[in-house]
Design a protein around this ligand. Structure first.
Ligand code: F6P
Length: 341
């Protein structure tokens, strides 16, 4: 078989570990050939490929990013996009695709599978917001990066008696904020799933200062104030219609300082959370996803995604992963509230 591999959407530590596992097992155990598609769906759409074999995947296990490149190209939005992909796959002699991505990339994979393309999905996102899998690789690394930052911010916050706000990624789901805030001993955690009341946040901040500690506020980029309390900036849209976020940390810095009188500073972790080497947990999860994805392709399965259930890797229909996001259940958030203030 000749199998195409692509990585789409925001990059994520562990992508290379998936590619390596797919290619190593696919070549050495099954004797398949591979074609690397460049830059997400742009590759199959425009027929942009690279050589992908065992030599290309040597040494990439601990490397962040993706050797294939990534983009947020959405072929469904392009006239005749699906047909162009089908034509390119056929002229390149590609029998099946392994698409490694988040909700958007796998949404396209779902549409292609419905159109008759053989495709197996691998879930990826630092946001951990894909349904039908307990965890996505990249999440553990992102949380660790955020916790390292929070640990450092505690000491400078204490020295200057400041409120420090840490803005982390998560446009619709607050998983990174929740886990890094819990692990980092945050004073308050703000997530998109639960609109916040700025007065309550300021009460927590003041309470922490009164006990002679400096508060750390962890906020997901998509966190929203309760209606009518604060103005937020809106940004431009990407090809999948998502607003480019960022700015909630700045708003909180201004509001907390004005309302409490305590000096406040924000730190936006941004793309640092997506860069660099994956944790051991993410390397293992990504590797196991890759091994199971190539098994699925080899067995002729299509329209499925590999997923983590407990400690097992299973296959689920692609639609199960993409029809809705896995957001933080309110009871999980409430567990963390014990430590607020
Ligand atoms: O999809 C993961 C993610 O990290 C989101 O949390 C974030 O909003 C987005 O990517 C930003 O990505 P980019 O700046 O690459 O568009």
């Amino acid at each position: 078989m000749r199998i195409g591999v692509l990585t789409g959407g925001g990059d994520c530590p562990g992508l290379n570990a998936v590619i390596r596992a797919v290619v190593r097992k696919g070549t050495e155990v099954y004797g398949h050939e591979f074609v690397g598609f460049r830059d997400g769906w742009k590759g199959p759409l425009e027929g942009v490929t690279m050589e992908l074999g065992v030599p290309q995947v040597r040494g990439i296990l601990p490397r962040g990013g993706t050797i294939l490149g990534s983009s947020r190209t959405n072929p469904i939005k392009i006239d005749g996009g699906v047909e162009k992909i089908q034509a390119n796959l056929s002229s390149l002699g590609v029998d099946a695709l392994i698409a490694i991505g988040g909700e958007d990339t796998l949404g396209v994979a779902t549409a292609l599978a419905a159109a008759g393309v053989n495709v197996v999905g691998v879930p990826k996102t630092i946001d951990n917001d894909l349904n039908a899998t307990d965890y996505t690789f990249g999440f553990d690394t992102a949380v660790q990066i955020a916790v390292d930052a929070i640990d450092r911010l505690h000491t400078t916050a204490e020295s200057h008696h400041r409120a420090l706000i840490v803005e982390v990624m998560g446009r619709h789901a607050g998983w990174i904020a929740l886990h890094s805030g819990l692990a980092g001993g945050a004073n308050v955690i703000l997530i998109p799933e639960r609109p916040f009341d700025i007065d309550k946040v300021c009460e927590y901040v003041k309470a922490r200062f009164e006990r002679h500690y400096a508060p750390i506020i962890v906020v997901a980029e998509g966190a929203q104030p309760a209606v009518g309390t604060m103005e937020l900036r809106t940004g431009e849209l990407d090809a999948f219609g998502h607003v480019r976020l960022g700015g909630i940390g700045q708003v909180l810095e201004r509001e907390i300082e004005a309302r409490t009188g305590y000096e406040s500073r924000q730190t936006v972790l941004g793309h640092v959370q997506r860069g660099g080497t994956p944790t051991a947990y993410d390397r293992v999860l990504a590797t196991r996803f890759g091994l199971h994805a190539i098994d699925a392709v080899h067995e002729g399965d299509s329209g499925v995604m590999v997923a983590l259930r407990g400690t097992d890797i299973v296959r689920v229909p692609l639609e199960a992963a993409t029809k809705e996001l896995k957001t933080v259940p309110l009871e999980r958030y409430e567990e963390a509230e014990v430590f607020f203030g």
